[in-house]
Design a protein around this ligand. Structure first.
Ligand SMILES: Cc1cc2nc3c(=O)[nH]c(=O)nc-3n(C[C@H](O)[C@H](O)[C@H](O)COP(=O)(O)O)c2cc1C
Length: 200
């Protein structure tokens, strides 16, 4: 493959466009964040990188808590809009009929229309340049019951989550395999004989 070389840039894709809710007891707001990810499994830790100019930044700095509300493709217009308008001027929850529900561990509300929400408490803030990175513990996860099968297994494909890649939104497509499938031994096909005997 022939390649060309560019200078360093923020080109990691896809990333999740999440609706981040913040609140300090007096003010509540929602804004869109794509610079987020997981950084530890046990205990679960995450981060969001936020520009200090954001209204949400002020609230976050004061309260130190936020929720990552994962965005289904049905909410992508709201997600985009919340990422180009400031809560200083408009109530974004009202504008998009996003229903606030109380979180279990934090002050900011969760968004009922989002199928999954991670409740987070900040433990550090690193000033990196354009963005300040808020590192946080994931204290709890709220899951819509429709995402669970009869045995309680989370079927993430039911959430129809959106992805963000190089300035564009996409919907997650077909499953390519489960974690570890490439090393999993294939089950031997049952011969006709044994299938028949099973139905005797
Ligand atoms: C897809 C998308 C991703 C974004 N990601 C970030 C981000 O990671 N960090 C950030 O500070 N702003 C990000 N923004 C911009 C903020 O969401 C935007 O400035 C918003 O209006 C801030 O709202 P607020 O002033 O109510 O806090 C993103 C916007 C969009 C549309």
């Amino acid at each position: 493959m022939s390649k060309i070389f560019w200078k360093g840039g923020a080109l990691l894709a896809p990333v999740p466009p999440v609706l981040v809710t913040v609140g300090d007891g007096e003010r509540e707001n929602v804004f869109t964040v794509a610079w987020t990810g997981l950084i530890n499994t046990i205990p679960p830790k995450t981060y969001i990188s936020v520009r200090p100019s954001r209204y949400s930044y002020e609230i976050l700095k004061k309260n130190g808590e936020f929720a990552l509300n994962l965005t289904p493709s049905s909410l992508i217009a709201a997600c985009d809009w919340c990422g180009v308008h400031t809560g200083r001027k408009v109530d974004k929850f009202k504008k998009w009929s996003l229903t606030k529900i109380p979180a279990n561990n934090i002050t900011p509300p969760l968004i009922d229309e989002c199928p999954l929400a991670l409740e987070c408490r900040v433990f550090d803030c690193i000033e990196l340049g354009t963005h300040h990175m808020f590192l946080a513990d994931v204290l709890g996860v709220t899951v819509s019951e429709e995402l669970l099968d009869k045995s309680g297994r989370l079927c993430i494909e039911r959430a129809n989550l959106a992805a963000f890649a190089h300035g564009e939104y996409f919907e997650l497509g077909k499953s390519l395999g489960k974690f570890g499938f490439s090393v999993k031994k294939k089950k031997k096909k049952k011969s006709n004989q044994s299938v028949k005997s099973k139905h005797k």
